[in-house]
Design a protein around this ligand. Structure first.
Ligand code: ZN
Length: 327
């Protein structure tokens, strides 16, 4: 079984000349390819395998991270047309409070709108030694960030935000950059599904899964905070859709070091039946029987037609580029 994961899927990068997304036409081409090469697993067969009522089904399963409006507007109609289904992971802390975009998505928007060179320059002006993560100050000062092209500057911008700035200061720095370079309320409404859209997705036969409350790195959290992230997000979704048919969880950021054994115990305790990571491997029978809370998924970028790219581009423009050559 091949489980794939997707993020942004849209027909064009409206207003975001440097934004990285999978073109809707390429998404369609990838679905054609998956159908041809592997076929899609039926939802009933997938769920039956986890209940131990059936063997490992062969084929592809689609998952979509971060609760993007893209998924409601562009993905759902495409799946309905083909009579297939998907799992959609939503971070529930986005709802019911201030319209605050997750830090990881503010970074995508800022870079998409203004490009790496402009944003790196703005970020460097805001940096002071107190804001840098103490253990990395020297390392940061040794790096040079001059004469950069957009791609290089984009990588450096992300690296500084994610690695050199102390986690407690990341929000504050991005607050400042959003005030100067973004439009947070407008971004929020365009970026994420509404509660009604989440409900509609479920009513159309899709699985809505938890992507935590606040999209943290679980391995950085105390146990009680991890538990709250899990329990509260499932409670919100259960209420929103009027009863979840299965409790599925997508680890934020997804890589192996972002969660721990304790995270998995808490998921088990919360009645979660399946949880998804990354890793670009097929799911085998053993995974379902022995490690259903660590199911590997394939990055759509690694398979034909799934290559996301920056800025306005023609469908298929990057389809033939070998996997991993341009990420
Ligand atoms: Zn995510």
């Amino acid at each position: 079984m091949k489980i794939l994961y997707y993020h942004y899927v849209r027909p064009d990068p409206e207003g975001l000349p440097n934004f990285r997304y999978l073109h809707l036409e390429d998404f369609r081409a990838q679905l054609d390819m998956l159908d041809r090469e592997y076929g899609f697993i039926k939802k009933q067969d997938f769920l039956a395998a986890f209940r131990g009522e059936a063997g490992l089904p062969e084929g592809a399963v689609l998952t979509f991270d971060d609760g993007f409006r893209d998924h409601f507007l562009h993905v759902l109609p495409e799946l309905k047309k083909r009579n297939i289904w998907g799992i959609f992971f939503v971070s529930t802390g986005l709802y019911g409070g201030k319209k605050k975009v997750l830090n990881v998505h503010r970074v995508h928007d800022l870079l998409g709108r203004h490009g790496g060179v402009v944003m790196l320059d703005a970020l460097r002006r805001l940096l002071s030694p107190e804001i840098l993560a103490y253990e990395h100050v020297e390392e940061f000062q040794m790096e040079t960030y001059v004469h950069q092209d957009n791609d290089q500057a984009t990588n450096d911008f992300k690296r500084i935000i994610n690695y050199f700035i102390a986690p407690g200061n990341q929000g504050e720095i991005l607050d400042r950059l959003m005030l100067d370079f973004g439009d947070e309320p407008a971004l929020f409404d365009g970026l994420y599904m509404s509660v009604e859209e989440i409900r509609a997705l479920h009513d159309e036969g899709m699985i809505v899964g938890s992507h935590s409350v606040t999209h943290p790195v679980f391995s950085n959290l105390a146990i009680d905070d991890q538990r709250t992230e899990i329990v509260d997000s499932f409670a919100f979704l259960d209420k929103t859709v009027g009863g979840l048919e299965v409790k599925a969880f997508g680890y934020p950021f997804g890589h192996k070091h972002t969660y721990t054994e304790e995270t998995m115990s808490l998921l088990r305790e919360a009645g979660c039946q399946m949880a998804f990571t990354t890793g670009n491997k097929d799911v085998v029978r053993r995974d379902i029987e022995e490690a259903p809370l660590e199911l590997p998924r394939h990055d759509c970028n690694r398979l034909p037609h799934g290559q996301a790219s920056y800025g306005p581009h023609r469908p298929g423009e990057f389809a033939d580029i070998p996997a991993g050559a341009r990420t």
